[in-house]
Design a protein around this ligand. Sequence first.
Ligand code: CA
Length: 228
Amino acid sequence: MAHVLLVEDDDLIRRALTLALEKLSHRVIGVGTGIDGLTHALRGGVDIIVLDLGLPDLDGMQVLKMLRASLNTPVVIATARDEESQTVAALNLGADDYVIKPFSAEHLQARMAAVLRRTQPDPLRPPLRVGGLVIDLHAHTASLDERILELRPKEFALLSYLAERAGRMVSKAELRAEVWQNAFGVTDKTVDVHLSWLRRRLGESAVSPRYLHTVRGVGVKLYAPPAA
Ligand code: CA
């Protein structure tokens, strides 16, 4: 029962998926171009976006980049098998999951449900606090020492995951599984790159860490620096 924006230029696929998803009691808006997709997404009220990568006007990756510049709406990429390598780039750009064509509406539905489960937190939960770090999972905001942190969706997910487990060593394998859902092409290197971005956002470095403490070959642990 989600409000789905389906961006797919193939009329047959779009119509068939729309019907099938509606049968599964979703509300579906189907559009055939990247521009229409962006327009509808930015209008708001969309719970999840299913985005085809091969579109007639804009490249699906461009659409994703533009979406992520202003929205955190979950995105599931729909890709042809020969575009599979692009899924890595799409996940790095903030896509939440992907499906490979041809896929059934039931398969898409299962993926969407999983994405929605992990992206829609309990509104009654208080924000996470670790030292000067405050993370509001519902409002999707994070601040450090009362300064709002500008985080990309994956950085936010990574920070939230570590903050929820503050004080515990978390392995890269666990992060790949839990934050990236073991997505195709995601390696320890991907995790390292995101950790270094996150460090920069927090205003710290690997050599003089405050919150993010990495132990080579073991993992990473987030904890509050001792109060000054
Ligand atoms: Ca297409």
